[in-house]
Unconditional design. Structure first.
Length: 594
């Protein structure tokens, strides 16, 4: 027991001596750094490691943070040329590291010519050297004008100017202005320009590419061009390269307008050679054409409805030019995703399709139509029934199939002679004339009245002799919607909030008695509660308060609306924000001579 007590007393005594020794300064904390001096270049970093004798944390500081800064973890960053001291501190203990920061070498590029010229199809080699011996990276400002390889070889692709840029990883940069020439360009060579289809000048190639107008993107990968003997030569070739995303049959359109050889209202066979780098399906003048990779001999028939006018404000009724190619399949609504296409060896041959024989008609008491037709099967696509008044003037017409019932709910009351014509299924045959004789037919609707509904032009096509309105901000529960009605020859529409685009508020009407491609005049009375400007069939019209007599000469019946009215004028601020408009006394007639 005595031995045990002596052992405990000895242990306590040792501990007391240790405490007394520490109190007298024998246990001072020390700090050591992994390096006491370092040398850096501006922008470089290095991490210092601090070790304390008791394992405690340290704080860091720099004598000149503009020369060298230090983080809370000892990361030293060289900021500017000079010297600085980095200090690590724990309690009263410190350790230092001297830092020398050298200026960063400025890398320059030398030897690059300020300008260079290269012939189209030829190459020129540019040279450049970085002062630090680092690699040069080359780039072209416009790869459609000229490209450049990794070794500085520039190839001229298209006449014009671009910039070739040389850079290094350190940020050095130098430029060379490159001009691509075409010294041997034939007289007829030209760059093909972007146009809306109906604005392409006569005897000129043009293109239109979708840029998300219909949810698709079409990007030209090379500048399109015409190469031939002259600008008017059909012996030359037109070349286009593009890529596409999305789907839109007409996302990439290629047009050639030939006002001298191809006339509005005539039938033609277009023969041409189309070369393409991948098999695809396109539409040529309304015809579906399957192309194989390489050269393809293409022959299509079409009816030209290009009246030769250039429309400043846009008019899309003349969509069958001498050449009208859509890079997609209208049947499947698909678009070619990428292609290089060349069209050449154009030839147009006019032909007169054989007219179909006029059928005969009978109409039962329940309005069921029976048509007797002797035409060859497959040539007739549908029939048109027309009602003629006592003066043998066509008042009303509708497209129908044999055995269907007439819907005359939108026809004025009266007793008429009903006649019929055969409508060709394609351009290999022409529509027949109206049957020489007909049958008596009486319409007794008691006047025509209906609420005018919201609808696009497609609704007008499927429901002719019916007015429709369209409003940009349409919503079923919106009190600002136009309200419109038709009552026995008078259309009335009241609208407010007409702002934004000139076509924000529109009216449409389709007269099926007018054949597509036919020219006509139209007169009407428009009564307005306010003064301002509107557009009627593409013509700007000034309205006064009260009745206004409107006359439109030489309009063309297209595939959509016969009458198209916008409550604004393209290129002008809308000056009718709200009004009540009445349209009446609408009369269609022959075109007025210019």
């Amino acid at each position: 027991m005595k031995k045990f007590l002596l052992s405990v007393l000895a242990t306590v005594a040792v501990a007391l001596v240790a405490v007394a020794f520490a109190a007298c300064g024998g246990g001072t904390v020390t700090v050591e750094l992994s390096k006491t001096s370092i040398e850096l270049t501006v922008g470089e970093t290095e991490t210092l490691v601090a070790t304390t004798s008791d394992g405690s944390a340290v704080t860091w500081s720099s004598s000149d943070a503009d020369v060298a800064s230090v983080s809370s973890r000892g990361l030293v960053t060289a900021q500017g040329e000079g010297t600085a001291t980095i200090t690590a501190k724990s309690g009263e203990a410190t350790a230092t590291c001297s830092v020398k920061v050298n200026a960063k070498e400025v890398v320059t590029i030398s030897g690059l010519d300020a300008t260079a010229t290269v012939e189209r199809g030829e190459t020129v080699t540019l040279a450049a050297t970085a002062s630090d011996g680092s690699a040069i990276v080359w780039a072209s400002g416009d790869p459609q004008i000229a490209t450049v390889t990794e070794s500085g070889v520039v190839e001229g692709l298209f006449p014009g100017a671009t910039t070739i840029v040389a850079t290094t990883a350190s940020g050095a940069r130098a430029e060379c202005a490159v001009t691509v020439t075409y010294d041997e360009a034939p007289d007829g060579w030209y760059e093909i320009e972007f146009y809306e289809q109906n604005k392409v000048p006569a005897d000129t190639w043009g293109y239109w590419n979708d840029q998300n107008w219909n949810g698709s993107y079409v990007t030209l990968t090379a500048k399109p061009e015409y190469l031939g003997d002259s600008a008017n030569s059909q012996a030359g070739s037109a070349t286009f390269s593009f890529t596409a995303t999305g789907h839109c049959t007409y996302g990439m359109q290629i047009t050639y307008r030939n006002a001298a050889l191809v006339e509005n209202g005539k039938y033609y066979t277009l023969d041409c050679v189309i070369e393409v780098d991948a098999a695809c399906v396109i539409t040529v003048n309304g015809n579906r054409v399957e192309l194989q990779q390489g050269k393809n001999d293409v022959s299509v028939d079409f009816l030209c409805n290009d009246d030769g006018h250039i429309y400043d404000q846009g008019d899309y009724t003349n969509l069958s030019s001498a050449v009208f190619i859509q890079m997609g399949d209208a049947v499947d609504d698909t678009m070619v995703q990428a292609a290089t296409i060349t069209i050449s060896e154009l030839k147009w041959t006019e032909f007169t399709p054989q007219a179909l024989t006029a059928p005969t008609i009978a109409i039962a008491a329940d309005k069921t139509v029976t048509i007797t037709d002797t035409n060859q099967a497959g040539l007739v696509g549908s029939y048109q029934v027309g009602l003629f008044n006592a003066d043998n003037a066509l008042v009303w017409a509708t497209t129908i199939q044999n055995g269907e019932k007439l819907d005359d709910s939108k026809c004025p009351d009266g007793t008429y002679t009903a006649k019929v014509k055969a409508i060709a299924s394609g351009v290999s045959a022409a529509n027949s004339a109206w049957s020489e004789t007909g049958v008596s037919y009486t319409v007794a609707n008691g006047g025509i009245s209906y609420d005018v509904e919201y609808g696009v032009e497609d609704a007008v096509v499927s429901d002719p002799y019916t007015w429709y309105y369209w409003w940009e901000y349409y919503a079923a529960d919106n009190a600002e919607n136009p309200t419109a009605s038709y009552d026995d020859g008078v259309l009335e529409m009241t609208f407010t909030g007409n702002t934004g685009n000139f076509w924000c508020t529109q009216l449409f009407y389709k007269n099926s008695a007018l054949a597509e491609g036919e020219r006509y005049s139209v007169t009407m009375t428009i009564n307005s509660t306010v003064a301002g400007h509107i557009t009627v069939n593409g013509k700007a019209v000034e309205l006064k308060v009260g009745d206004n007599q409107i006359s439109i000469d030489n309009a063309t019946q297209g595939a959509k609306a016969t009458i198209s009215i916008q409550m604004g004028v393209n290129g002008s601020a809308i000056d009718i924000e709200g009004a009540t408009i009445k349209v009446s006394n609408v009369v269609f007639g022959a075109p007025v001579a210019e």
